[in-house]
Design a protein around this ligand. Structure first.
Ligand SMILES: [Zn+2]
Length: 108
């Protein structure tokens, strides 16, 4: 299940519609805070939440997406910057590149 959830994220099947709502393929995953607990509700089941055995791959994909969101945002920004360097045919500032990778490692 974990692998297929990762695959869903990798293939771009997770869209965040709001801070607490995700579209995963043709299902919606909602994060609900109830009595201080985070509940994950997916439209493929009547209810599923942390600790339950029927934790579906859509809910799992939404959590993976959320965990990787900051890192992916930074990676996309970095890719844009280095593509600019490539266009300008400037040599890559290798020290900056290494420092950036170290910083990104801290976000993972
Ligand atoms: Zn589901």
């Amino acid at each position: 299940m974990i692998k297929s959830a990762k695959q869903l994220v990798k293939e771009g099947n997770v869209k965040q519609l709001s801070p607490t709502l995700f579209q995963v393929l043709n299902h919606q995953v909602k994060i609900q805070v109830k009595k201080g607990r985070n509940l994950l509700l997916c439209s493929c089941q009547n209810s599923s939440y942390f600790g339950h055995n029927n934790f579906c791959s859509h809910s799992c994909a939404a959590i993976i997406y959320l965990a990787n969101k900051d890192l992916n945002k930074r990676l996309n920004e970095s890719i844009k910057i280095y593509e600019q360097f490539k266009k300008l045919k400037k040599s890559l500032p290798i020290e900056g590149f290494i420092n950036e990778l170290r910083e990104l490692r801290g976000l993972s």
